[in-house]
Design a protein around this ligand. Sequence first.
Ligand SMILES: *Cc1c(COP(=O)(O)O)cnc(C)c1O
Length: 433
Amino acid sequence: MTYERSIAAFSRARNVIAGGVNSSVRAFKAVGGSPVFIKSGSGAIVYDVDGHEYVDYVLSWGPLLLGHANPAVTKAIAAAAARGASFGAPTEAETELAELICSMMPSLDRVRFTSSGTEASMSAIRLARGYTRRDKIVKFAGCYHGAADPFLISAGSSALTLGIPSSPGVPRATAADTIVVPYNDPDAVDAAFAAHSGEIAGVIIEPYAGNMGLVLPQSQFLERLRETCTRERAVLIFDEVMTGFRVARGGVQERVGIRPDLTVLGKVIGGGLPIGAFGGSEDVMAYLSPDGPVFHAGTLSGNPLAMAAGIATLKAVRDDFTLFERLDVLTGLLTNGLAAVLEKHGVAHQTAHAGSMFGLFFTADPVVDLASAMKSDTSLYAKYFHAMLDRGILLAPSQFESGFVSSAHSTRDIERTLAAADDAFAEIGAAAP
Ligand SMILES: *Cc1c(COP(=O)(O)O)cnc(C)c1O
């Protein structure tokens, strides 16, 4: 396949946009080559500027639970736009979306909207710090909570050493307040609390980790976290920006039956428009300004277009009682099918699937945390990515991301994908030394 127009579009973009993209992973650095520029999407399919079509498993990195240009969502956005894009004053749509969220996620009595998941997790940890009057937070290696300073910290060699920034520009002082521990290691969390007694404001976690590929919690890991936070009077923050309204109506917290103190949301709740939210019990949320002392504000927070898209999306979730069951079956069909294809071609692999999220690693060893995820053969992933792209299947241009299925995907789309994978590995295998 030729990607001439995409290549030209990228070189034009690079003249005026730093690196040619507005979010780093889009540049294809992890898989090589030049990014595909998208022209439009409909349902499970996206079309690029060269006229190719792809079954899309990126889905804007998660938001599009109902697929591209869902008619109800598109209609709601158009109607809201005709009434005016933004007012900087309260609208009833904000209350309506908040009611939908609180009714489907029982741990939330109150929410606050933002314009991105990053902003929401920043605000959630500020609230946790203000509420507990403590400074340190615990995060897990490989979990992503947005592009804000306190989260851009890697574990370094020892889990309990003070955080080391993963990006220039993150001050050492900020990094020093973030304690990084391995995912699925409850003893490391307890050790962090023992080493910093009375100093830890909260623990932030992706309860299903979706930003190092898909890594699921082992039995009792999340339960132990809940117990530790309760005992230490620290705020347990579930970052469900990716998993909220995607793995179940009520997110991971519904599936595992654990009540976090604060929840961070984004992606699906905005139906493809810029959004984030954080919420929790009435008691903790009362610490937010204007009722309480912890500041939060945003010019476009609760934006009417985002609210309209979110309401249309969450109403579809609320009214479709078999939605997540169907998505689960479809996604299972995909991961089981991929596992069978890889087996056939003799490729070592690990697959994971939860609701409409899926992951694939090229390693023979189980993946439970960042260190084991890093064992995946990323050069094989790059070959797989390009071979699938050439066969009309769009996957995330990086090994360390989740894949997503939407309600617009059909069994036929999955079958087409598995046939493409079989063909792709025949080619990749033939090319191997
Ligand atoms: C995407 C994501 C974020 C950041 O959301 P943005 O809207 O990109 O700022 C935060 N946490 C998790 C778990 C995410 O997947």
